[in-house]
Design a protein around this ligand. Structure first.
Ligand code: HEC
Length: 128
């Protein structure tokens, strides 16, 4: 769990590094690390014991195939970004970051409990 949280934090940091106007080489390294990290996501969540402990929903295990696919999409989009940075293609880098961000959000939307939703659920319970 702790390693996963560190992993995700690292991803966030690398994305921030990637969205800056920093040298292409930095972007490439960050994207390569991100791809490596993305490939570790399924392993970090493999054990269902995390259920309830994290903001990951039970859907992760109920729809494991989809979750793994999301992680794989993130990894391949990070690899594309690294490639674009390696080729010094600014438009490719920009698109790559967009796709990457969409992959982060997509998985969170599907598999992560929203803080707001939790509050809403509490409200709904009160009404009953
Ligand atoms: C395969 C699904 C998936 C992908 C792809 C994904 N995440 Fe997450 N992320 C999660 C889940 C599930 C949690 C909740 C984790 C928890 O509470 O243990 C989470 C939590 C987080 C958190 C909250 C802090 C933490 O450590 O719990 C951050 C920040 C985060 N993700 C950033 C990112 C970024 C940035 C990307 C894209 C580069 C990304 N994530 C891609 C599934 C994913």
């Amino acid at each position: 769990m702790r390693s996963n949280s560190a992993l995700l934090k690292r991803i966030k940091i690398t994305v921030q590094a990637g969205s800056g106007i920093g040298p292409m080489r930095q972007i490439k390294w960050a994207a390569q690390d991100l791809a490596k990290n993305a490939r570790k996501i399924p392993g970090a969540f493999k054990h269902e014991t995390l259920s309830g402990v994290t903001r990951g929903t039970e859907k992760i295990w109920a729809k494991w195939g989809g979750f793994v696919k999301n992680a794989a999409n993130l990894a391949s989009s990070a690899e594309l970004l690294a490639l674009a940075a390696d080729n010094q293609e600014m438009s490719g880098v920009k698109n790559g970051i967009k796709t990457l961000g969409a992959n982060c959000g997509g998985c969170h939307k599907a598999f992560r409990v929203k803080k707001k939703r939790r509050k809403k659920m509490a409200k709904m319970k009160k009404k009953k």
